[in-house]
Design a protein around this ligand. Structure first.
Ligand code: AMP
Length: 473
């Protein structure tokens, strides 16, 4: 996950960066940071916690002068949640100062790190983003941009980067475009952001998406585009549409809300069930439930009420906290659901923790029966490109052998998932193109666009960390 932002030459750079990170808060809530520069010095403020709790204070913003800024919201997929891992990172290189904000995961980050450490590089963090800086630092090329390209040729995985030097703001999207990045414009100042919702919120214009494998270099002279990677087809992560992105964002020209609603419409076509009401696990299941209700002509009701003053349950990395979070977050709306048969919709099932708790809650509120419908296919494979999915054997669709077994475990009368082709249909395609898949959909299909090299060094981020401590970092 993670949200990134950059702005070039605007007098309110730090305030706009803070506002923008606030609009990207859903992409990561563990920590946030802003780096600015005023053509003389770089200024860096990093905090654990939410943007609204940290960057709304005048005294913090005043520590960030200058017209150039990048920012980052962190959701830890590699590295512990400690301040030294909070981005943006800053380093003084032979080519000059550089700051970097990264969304995504490198699939060969540990492999590269090991090689760098063996050659004498000293790492200060356990984040794979630092590997990119170290690769730039040791590049033999002369110009900064060539050093960056040199580093980018070595890294693999899903990445969107906002890089700031004392002269440039640079946006990078990985060869497959797995992670999103958008170019905008605020009063003539170029902007980079993970999602278009930022642009609406700060009153900026959408210019275009950064293309897969594209490097956009913003200087006082204008904007240049470089495409150094061998061309591959764009495969944005389907999970951006299913869960991560804000519904009001547009990704590759498609409105995320409309896609989610289409998933619900398609789900109703694929899986018809008689029931009194359609309800959603808020907020993630809402658009699909609205679509399901529209297609099935079964009324949509708010069968669950969400407390908006607690964070996303999943955003807390530890299982114990996550389980507790579910209770804090939702309550059954007994007056609406008692003695009714429900169609319960959520966007996805990962471990099954959320729906297990919710279903128990609904039963305690005396519903007649529950038919759970999931607006995406069963998740059978972990992610390695910046999405926090657990080890394969922790996925519900893996550790329960069949849909019936899954239904029994979570306690529902029936359980249905959207089909893979249904997912593609909802996105406007006839079906999945198995030769050139239109999206990174490895979580459902096991078809990984980039081979996860580090996987051979250790299956999960936990092993990655123990690997890191083995090399004394
Ligand atoms: P679980 O409780 O583990 O089954 O997680 C499923 C819930 O978490 C669903 O309600 C989703 O909205 C949300 N979710 C799905 N995938 C992810 C992810 N990779 N990161 C964070 N949350 C997710």
């Amino acid at each position: 996950m993670c949200g990134i932002f950059g702005i070039f030459n605007h007098e309110d750079a730090s305030t706009i960066t803070a506002l923008s990170l606030h609009s990207l808060q859903h992409r990561g809530q563990e920590a946030c940071g802003i780096v600015t520069h005023d053509k003389k010095n770089f200024y860096l403020e990093k905090r654990l916690g939410l943007v609204g709790d940290n960057f709304t204070k005048k005294e913090v913003i005043e520590k960030l002068p200058g017209s150039y800024a990048i920012g980052h919201n962190r959701y830890a997929t590699t590295g512990e949640t400690v301040l030294r891992n909070v981005q943006p990172f800053f380093a003084d290189l032979s080519s000059g100062p550089i700051s970097i904000a990264h969304n995504g995961n490198l699939t060969n980050g540990i492999f590269l790190r090991k090689k760098l450490v063996e050659k004498g590089s000293i790492f200060q963090t356990t984040s794979d983003t630092e590997t990119i800086i170290q690769l730039i630092a040791v590049s033999k090329r002369t110009r900064f941009i060539d050093k960056l390209i040199d580093a980018l040729f070595q890294i693999q995985g899903g990445f969107a980067l906002a890089v700031m030097t004392n002269k440039k703001l640079i946006g990078v999207r990985d060869p497959y475009g797995i992670r999103p990045l958008v170019l905008g414009d605020l009063d003539g100042s170029p902007i980079l952001t993970s999602e278009t919702c930022t642009l609406d919120i700060i009153g900026a214009k959408f210019v275009r998406e950064i293309e897969n494998g594209e490097i956009v270099v913003i200087t006082d002279e204008g904007i240049k585009s470089i495409k150094p990677f061998p061309k591959v087809n764009c495969r944005p992560d389907i999970f951006e549409y299913i869960y991560f992105s804000r519904p009001d964002s547009f990704l590759n020209g498609k409105n995320v809300y409309q896609c989610r609603k289409n998933f619900g419409i398609q789900l109703a076509k694929e899986s018809k069930t008689k029931a009194d009401i359609v309800t959603a696990i808020p907020d993630s299941g809402m658009p699909a439930a609205i679509g399901y209700a529209e297609e099935s002509k079964i009324p949509f009701e708010l069968g669950l009420i969400r407390n908006h003053y607690v964070g996303r349950t999943f955003i807390e990395p530890r299982q114990q906290v996550r389980q507790f979070g579910v209770k804090l977050k939702h309550n059954a709306n007994k007056g609406c659901i008692k003695n009714k048969s429900l169609i319960l919709i959520d966007d996805s099932i990962v471990r099954g923790t959320t729906c297990l708790k919710i279903i128990k809650m609904l039963k305690d509120a005396e519903v007649k029966e529950i038919h759970m419908k999931v607006a995406s296919p069963p998740i059978t494979h972990p992610d390695y490109y910046g999405v926090d999915t657990p080890k394969q054997n922790e996925l519900l669709a893996v550790n329960k052998k069949s849909i019936e077994e899954m239904a029994k475990y979570i306690g529902v009368k029936t359980l249905s998932f959207l089909s893979v082709d249904g997912l593609y249909k909802s996105m406007g395609f006839k079906k999945r193109n198995d030769n050139l898949p239109q999206f990174a959909d490895h979580c459902f299909t096991g078809d990984y666009p980039v081979i996860p090299i580090d996987k051979t060094l250790g299956e999960s981020k936990h092993n990655q960390l123990s690997f890191l401590s083995n090399v004394n970092i």
